[in-house]
Design a protein around this ligand. Sequence first.
Ligand SMILES: Nc1nc2c(ncn2[C@@H]2O[C@H](COP(=O)(O)OP(=O)(O)OP(=O)(O)O)[C@@H](O)[C@H]2O)c(=O)[nH]1
Length: 298
Amino acid sequence: MNTEKPFRCGFVAVVGRPNVGKSTLTNALIGGKISIVSRKAQTTRHRINGVLTKDDAQFVFVDTPGFQTRHGGAMNRMMNRVVTQTLAEVDVVVHVVEAGKWSAGDEQLLPLLPGNPANTILVVNKVDLLKNKNDLFAYVQKRMEQYAYGAVVPVSAVKDTQLDVLLSEIAARLPEGEPMFEPDALTDRPMRFLVSELLREKIFRLVGDELPYGCTVVIEQWEEDDRMARIAACIVIERESHRPILLGAKGEHMKRIASEARQDIMKLMDKPVHLEVYIKVRKGWSDKASALRELGYE
Ligand SMILES: Nc1nc2c(ncn2[C@@H]2O[C@H](COP(=O)(O)OP(=O)(O)OP(=O)(O)O)[C@@H](O)[C@H]2O)c(=O)[nH]1
């Protein structure tokens, strides 16, 4: 008789209102490495945030595009549909909330959670900030009255508390199956590619709905030694009129894009990073094969 535990592999979505600690948690689970897969290489429609491979399970963390609360009306409804669909397609949903806190943003997510709650795990993050741990019980009880989560795991993503418990709760809910990715394949992606993807992600998140056409990010300078890295990145836009959108009032969009990207790149490279980001206009670049080649896109 074969008594070995079967290997499990599946998709996990981490959701929650802004600032509850989703990125911190995902990075802590993946082991500090941010792994991004090129969309072209994807075997699935989901955008993959990272993959964690253990002895008995592979966890494929996917992004949940569309969840935002700043749009009203039709836009919001459309966005919500995307979220609902993603959450219905993944194997496990991790709903992150902040210990002791519940706000309108949390409330808005409830109707989007899957109809069958057994594979949805409530993660109560930031328990390190709780003054009185006894309050946790009443807090969790309230959450369970709203939605019958399959499991509840209080954690601290920054202090690495209970993350192993969370992983085993997720693993138990993944379907049996062979790993979809080589254990190290994703972390071997060239660092430059990851950095440009990180920047693109920040741009998309901040001004994605306003920029009428996509823009591309080209890494123009890369100097690195054991102690630090100096990176210069250029955001190539198609029209001069897109520049003010990217810049924002007093350049605040660009500042935010660069500073958030820098934080992530530092985590990724595990050393201080000096990041310079500037904008270049390349008229109609996306139509021109030669321009694309020049920019490193075949
Ligand atoms: N004390 C404490 N702070 C935490 C914990 N997890 C995350 N944080 C902090 O909470 C803030 C938000 O964390 P993020 O991981 O950026 O949150 P997010 O949910 O990904 O936020 P969005 O990207 O805006 O959706 C950061 O300042 C984190 O350092 C935790 O377990 N304990």
